[in-house]
Structures are given as structure tokens and as C-alpha cells.
Design a protein around this ligand. Sequence first.
Ligand code: PGA
Length: 256
Amino acid sequence: MRQPMVAGNWKLNGSQSSIKSLIDDICSGASELSEVAIMVCPPYVYLPLVADLLQDSSITLGAQNVSEHSSGAFTGEVAAGMLKDVGCAYTLIGHSERRAIYGEQDAVLAHKFVAAQKAGLTPVLCVGETLAEREAGQTESVVQTQLDAVLKIAGVQSFNQAIIAYEPVWAIGTGQTATPEQAQAVHQFIREHITQLDTAVAQKVRILYGGSVKADNAAELFAMPDIDGGLIGGASLKAQDFLAICRAGHESARAT
Ligand code: PGA
């Protein structure tokens, strides 16, 4: 049985004081949501602060990005070992904003995935198609190419210690969520693709959905058989909205 996870991707938002009160509010509401794994991904500079604030909580910490290098002359980069050192358990890899705005391509993302695992972090590999790709009927081939880049370098067994996030680019920050059926179809495709390589890994790997998940659509998304929780952007910045989504994850676990 896969335990649902709800992860908050705070992107480029927050300050020490706003983050303290956000974490405070999330922690007080999350204590009763025992069936869902909760994770937050603050901007790099706030990771030690959040690690400290989460010390007595079961909420885990993730980074939004990681270097493919472990050390050296790479100005501006942050290594996986450093993230581990300050208390991260996870890191996002290949969020569509990294792919589209910063030009991160499949090959480098595969190396980031390997670097994260090597340092003991669990990578959350983000995949998803643009609207043009969906309209051209390329959703499955795009997602498969993004997955295969990592599978080729890291191998299918590496997904025993990884999470996949399906995030259709057209649904991110737009208010336009994929329907539960649209999302389920792609999640099922991803799981079947991995099944062809290893059934046990495919059954184990969590596949999160991301893209305009809100309190009022989370429950029906999380009820789908291959959707194991969500990666939440905008709604993760408001404690009550995020907690309502976490509650949907908690309830979905109890329903199965
Ligand atoms: P959104 O972002 O929830 O604001 O659509 C999701 C994401 O980018 O991970």
C-alpha cells in the first residue's frame, strides 16, 4: 500500500517571519493527519530555519532543486550532500519551471537524480507535457522520454527510492487542473511503463499529481487509483488551504 504524500513547493516565496508563522500553523493542524506524509520545499536559504522549526514534527523537508555536482567550482550551485547536511530528505528534480525557464534538460536532470540519491536524498522527479504537446497528442511520448532519461542512467531499481510527480505544464499556476480522469490516465501510463521493467517497483513508487491542486479538487484527484497525493504550489503558501489538501490525503488513505 502506498501512503499518500502531500508536498508543498513554495517556489520563490517567503521571508523568515512569514515562514515561521506558516510552519507554526501547518504544524498545529498536521498533528492529527497521521495517514498522510507531509513535506515542504522552501527556498534554499530558509532550509536550515525550517529544519529547525520542524524538529519535533513528522513533516519532512525537501529542496526545490539540486546540483548535479557534489563539490567544486560551480558558483551558485548547492550540492545534494549539503541539502542532506542541513536536514533535507527530498529534493525536487526537473520541475517544469526549471526545465522551461532555466533550460534544464533530461540529461542533466538524470545526473541530478543520481547525485541526489548518492547523497541519501529521495528525488521527486517532475514530468509533464505542455498544452501544445497535449493538443498534439504527445502527452505519453513526452512523459516517457522524461522518465526514460532517468531510467537509462539510474536504472529502474532506483525508483524504489524516488517519487514521480506528474505535473502537466498547462495546469501549473493556471487554476486549470487536469480532471481526475485526465490525471489518472497519465499516472496509469507512468505506472504501466515502469511495470514493463519491474512490477514491484511500479507498485511501490509514489506518483504525485501537481497543477492547481486546491482544497476543493484534492479529494477527487487523490481518490484515483494511481494518484498517490499531490505536489502543491500556490495553495501550499496558505496554511489552511495546504492543511485542507493534506486532510484530503489523510482521508484518502483511510478510505482504502
Ligand atoms: P500550482 O503549482 O499548485 O500553483 O499549480 C504546482 C507546482 O508547480 O508544483
